[in-house]
Design a protein. Structure first.
Length: 261
């Protein structure tokens, strides 16, 4: 059964794109057909996937706006890892969507047609609330919330939980938290340990056991259009995203189980 998982957090730079891409790549390597939907006009996932934004026949903008557009025409493939790209054009589409009826359901409707082809679909959300993130949260079964170890981490979480609650009340009552994911973790940092401690205290059962360590190889990989597995398979980040993939596989086979036990 296909799981649709949004990577969301209004706070910028916390690792949403890095997680969507490398977790998807880890699952694809394990044999699961996996799709990434780039829903951010910045197009970071698209570029890291190795695509040139100037050279795309179709993007997620066509999926959202084209009434009878077949989403399969916007899929780009690398083995079992597939991607629907985004470009800056998506910013204008988000504005145009405001005049469209049932605008928050556009992505959901398109992904219905693709569910049968994939085991996992990851949606990379922009760092803002608005019609794009709303589309992601209506289409998703669950949400991964990457949390970096910065001072404002908990503020970002409050915002994303508030948005999820609104969507649950109105548009997608079945939306679940898959897990909070600590990112850019320096194990020797007392501040990082304090934030991870707070996550467990407030969201017991919804925090991944896996943490993604601070790893500079992760910053370099996108400039080569590569996932961490292609760029440096021996890096700590490759190990962490592999472990996360196993944890996600375990959780999705039984989503009622708490994560940390
Ligand atoms: N574990 C990590 N260690 C080191 N650098 C990281 C790690 N995770 C992400 N980064 C780097 O941090 C920056 C932000 O990451 P990323 O683009 O994934 O965040 P984001 O939440 O998608 O950002 P935005 O909100 O702008 O979409 C990138 O340069 C990325 O390479
Ligand atoms: Mg991003």
């Amino acid at each position: 059964m296909c799981r649709i998982i949004a990577c969301a957090n209004q706070k910028g730079g916390v690792g949403k794109t890095t997680t969507a891409l490398n977790l998807a790549a880890a699952l694809a390597e394990k044999g699961f057909p996996t799709l990434i939907v780039d829903l951010d006009p910045q197009g970071n996932a698209t570029v890291t996937f190795g695509l040139d934004p100037e050279d795309l026949q179709a993007t997620v903008a066509d999926v959202l706006l084209g009434k009878d557009f077949d989403p399969r025409y916007a899929i780009y493939k690398r083995d079992r890892l597939h991607l629907i790209p985004a470009t800056l054009e998506l910013e204008q589409v988000a504005v145009n969507l405001h005049a469209v009826r049932l605008r928050e359901h556009r992505l959901d409707r398109a992904l219905m047609l693709l569910r049968e082809q994939y085991d996992f679909i990851f949606i990379d959300c922009p760092p803002s609330i608005g019609v794009l993130t709303e589309n992601a949260l209506v289409a998703a079964d669950e949400v991964i919330i990457p949390v970096d170890m910065g001072f404002y981490a908990m503020v970002g979480i409050t915002q994303v939980l508030g948005t999820m609650e609104d969507i649950r009340e109105t548009l997608n009552p079945n939306l679940k938290i898959c897990g909070f994911l600590p990112t850019k973790v320096e194990h020797q940092s007392a501040f990082a340990q304090e934030i991870i401690g707070k996550l467990h205290e407030h969201f017991n059962g919804h925090v991944f056991n896996t943490v993604i360590r601070l790893c500079h190889r992760l910053q370099e990989a996108p400039s080569h259009g590569m996932t961490i597995f292609e760029y440096d398979r021996e890096s700590p980040a490759a190990e962490d995203y592999n472990t996360l993939a196993l944890e996600v596989m375990r959780w999705t086979s039984n989503p009622d189980q708490p994560l940390d036990n």
